[in-house]
Design a protein around this ligand. Structure first.
Ligand SMILES: [Zn+2]
Length: 396
């Protein structure tokens, strides 16, 4: 294989013991495929394909409804993640370079660059969120960001970048070896403004606000500073995910942020306790659907037909917006289903009766108390049934 920047392969002749070697445009080295342009694109797709096979196997051996959510997560992290992230400390640089070009293009056009969108378009992140959505029992089209946050998961990039920095530090701490010599060459390329693996590592260090330089790892003394880097990277990705929740607009102009209500109760990236408290799959996934707006209340169905957010009226109250607040707190059509929630909140939440309606709504939807979470899940089951009946009768 002859490396070239051109898309047209170079014709070259190599012989070994008098025999001509056939040229190739790609080669698998140490389990990862690299092409003659020095890119890992096909290798990343191949890993993703293998990871999907592992997921199908897990799905065929487990039961979505009866397996605890945490067991599903454990299976993903021990059986799928190692495949998806294999050698990623090296190949993630391909995506970093692509992102740098995207950012430069956006800045030239004076347009904002959507970092979360760029993260979520990669095949490995999609495979990750696809598994999370399957575990939660929500639609494939539901928000990937919300599915991750609900289960306390960060994008896989977090783990991959941490591995990359650890690898860089490990190599720099070596005595003279071939691999260290290669890294020193990459550092020279970086210093001469040519993108290399060292540029990628420098970008990771810069992104977390560190003043570390790729040519000088001496300020990092294990284990304290590496732990610091891990915690900074964690904060960096948590912030990207949470910031996206509080954005005032959705993907299309004028449609409003789908996760506007979720943002009111989701303030950190932690695994939600109700996922363990409610073992019944139907009830648990009804509650998840309500929290992450993966439901069929008018505030969501209106989005599909382009109705402005302030005109997405309740199926029963023609002048009131049919959002999550109206569904849980006000709509008279669900009053009998609401009795259990009110009773549970009064008994289990301190000072509940003295709160205003908005604060009551947030304390219910945040599902921080087991009895309240269970009551809300029951409410979702009966409420969504009523909604489905009326939608069916109106042909919506
Ligand atoms: Zn109503």
């Amino acid at each position: 294989m002859t490396f070239t920047r051109s898309t047209r392969p170079i014709t070259s002749h190599f012989t070994y013991e008098g025999k001509e070697l056939s040229p190739t445009s790609k080669y698998t080295y140490l389990g990862i495929e690299i092409n003659n342009r020095g890119l890992f694109k096909d290798g990343i797709s191949a890993l993703n394909h293998k990871a999907l096979k592992a997921i199908f196997k897990i799905r065929s051996l487990t039961n979505q409804g009866y397996f605890p959510v945490q067991t599903h997560l454990k299976l993903f992290h021990s059986l799928v993640k190692p495949i998806l992230t294999y050698n990623s400390d090296i190949w993630l640089m391909d995506l970093d370079q692509k992102r740098m070009l995207g950012m430069a293009r956006a800045s030239k056009k004076n347009k904002p660059y959507d970092l979360l969108d760029s993260i979520e378009t990669t095949c490995f992140e999609r495979t990750h969120t696809r598994f999370l959505k399957y575990t939660l029992g929500v639609y494939k089209s539901s928000s990937s960001n919300a599915a991750r946050l609900e289960m306390g998961e960060l994008p896989l990039e977090f783990f991959m970048k941490l591995q990359s920095v650890k690898n860089w530090h490990r190599i720099m701490s070596m005595d003279d070896t071939l691999v260290k010599e290669s890294l020193l060459c990459a550092i020279k390329l970086h210093q001469n403004n040519t993108y290399s693996w060292a540029t990628f590592i420098q970008n990771v260090l810069d992104s977390i606000g560190s003043n570390l330089k790729v040519h000088d790892p001496s300020p990092i003394s294990k284990p304290f500073h590496l732990l610091n880097i891990s915690s900074y990277l964690e904060k960096y990705y948590t912030q990207i995910c949470l910031n996206s929740l509080s954005s005032p607009t959705g993907k299309k102009a004028g449609e409003g942020n789908k996760l506007h209500t979720y943002a009111r109760v989701k303030k950190s990236c932690n695994f939600e306790d109700y996922l363990t408290w409610i073992p019944n799959f139907d009830k648990r996934h009804a509650l998840t659907k309500l929290r992450i707006s993966d439901h069929r209340l008018p505030i969501e169905t209106g989005r599909y037909v382009g109705t402005p957010p302030d005109q997405r009226y309740c199926y029963f109250c023609p002048t009131i917006v049919g959002d999550e607040y109206h569904f849980i707190m006000k709509c008279p059509s669900f009053s009998s289903a609401r009795v259990e929630i009110t009773q549970s909140c009064t008994e289990n939440l301190t000072d509940y009766t003295s709160l205003n309606s908005n604060a009551k709504f947030e304390s219910i939807l945040s599902a921080r108390s087991q009895p309240v979470a269970k009551a809300l899940a029951n409410f979702c089951i009966s409420g969504f049934n009523i909604v489905n009946q009326v939608r069916g009768s109106k042909g919506k």
